[in-house]
Design a protein around this ligand. Structure first.
Ligand code: SF4
Length: 366
């Protein structure tokens, strides 16, 4: 069943925290807090286009929902209750900070139809949390996650890579600890230097260096594959390229790309196709023309941006020609290979098989 979120952005004006990467002034000056009527309008508008049979959640994103005044939380949750009652919506989702969770809050949310809680964890390395002025420690995250699961909520974890004090080893350690928490979903966001933030000051003073796009892709790929191996869905990589981010001067520095998530997936397909062709060459000898077969919805992922994956593989294996064909028979995230004139794959490599490969383990598991 396809899952669809109806996003409602609740900017947390006057948030008492001061995370280095966040510009609250900009949020405050440009975002309006939606009133009850606006919330209903947004929900109705989305419901008009959602295919029947979808699993729908109304998602209050944007701030720390559980740190907003209780009366406002009550109003928001009560305003959408009718959709839960008439069955058009199956649940409510909120996002908040790990230190804004306790037993009383979870009781309150559960009674009002909240089903999924996404925590802005960002990192589980205390030094990174401290350097990013998050105001809590990894232990607070563990406590919040255990409580959320104990109360029967679905747990989402949002992570940031490339924060101050961060490095690949810490990101991979965080990924490992997150896997142990068994969340229902994960989001991965590369840190961007946004105008007006403390991080911008650090960057301008030369005290913070953002990840390059290539580094962010590499770290995200390693984490993404680890989560995939453990059957933990990664539901988003990279920030949504909304209007505000696209505004000139908003992103001062950092690995911003409007198709970041797609690029990470393309990297995964590139590595998988390379492994498969290596095996094909060993089993069937060198061919000058090859055909890759994937599920039709994976064609762009195996092809890469402007055919970058195909060009890479062509060069790597000294090929004259490499083509891609979509076939409904293949499951998603699988790649098949054959000589160019063949009608069926001579060899197949599923994502799971690829993730079990010792060479993959060596390359991506830290
Ligand atoms: S990122 Fe930090 S400062 Fe910004 S709204 Fe969230 S908690 Fe507040």
């Amino acid at each position: 069943m396809k899952h669809i979120n109806i996003p409602i952005f609740i900017p947390h004006l006057g948030c008492p925290f001061t995370c280095v990467f966040c510009d609250q002034n900009r949020i405050s000056s440009t975002q309006e807090i939606p009133g009850e009527m606006e919330v209903l309008r947004i929900v109705e508008k989305h419901l008009e286009t959602i295919p029947s049979g979808s699993e729908v959640e109304i998602a209050f994103f944007g701030g720390n929902f559980t740190a907003v005044e209780k009366a406002s939380q009550e109003i928001y949750l009560a305003s959408v209750k009718r959709y839960l009652q008439d069955g058009r919506v199956q649940g409510i989702r909120i996002s908040t900070r790990p230190d804004c969770i306790d037993v009383e809050i979870l009781d309150f949310l559960r009674k009002r139809g909240v089903r999924t809680i996404e925590l802005g964890v960002q990192s589980l390395a205390d030094e990174v949390l401290k350097a990013s002025w998050r105001g809590y420690q990894a232990d607070d995250v563990f406590k919040a996650c255990y409580l959320i699961k104990e109360y029967g909520f679905r747990l989402g974890i949002q992570l940031m890579i490339g924060l101050p004090g961060d490095k690949l080893e810490l990101d991979m350690k965080t990924a490992e600890q997150v896997i142990a928490l068994r969340p229902d979903m994960v989001r991965i966001y590369p840190t961007l230097v946004i105008a007006g933030t403390h991080l911008e000051k650090l960057y301008l003073k030369g005290e913070y260096t953002p990840l390059t796009l290539a580094e962010a892709l590499q770290i995200s790929l390693a984490a993404y594959l680890q989560f995939q191996k453990e059957n933990i869905p990664v539901i988003r990589m990279g920030l949504q390229p909304g209007e505000e981010l696209q505004r000139e001067g908003c992103v001062v520095a950092g690995p911003f790309h409007p198709a970041f998530g797609e690029m990470v997936e393309q990297e995964a397909f590139k590595a998988q196709a390379q492994k498969l062709i290596e095996e094909f060459v060993i089993a069937h000898g060198q061919h000058s023309q090859l055909l890759l077969l994937v599920h039709p919805r994976d064609i762009s992922k195996v092809t890469g941006q402007r055919r970058s994956n195909l060009n890479y593989l062509k060069k790597q294996f000294g090929l004259e020609l490499i083509k891609v064909r979509g076939t409904e028979n293949l499951v998603r995230d699988s790649v098949g290979v054959a000589a160019n004139d063949a009608s069926a794959p001579a060899l197949l490599l599923s994502r799971r098989e690829f993730l079990e490969e010792p060479s993959y383990v060596k390359k991506y598991q830290i």
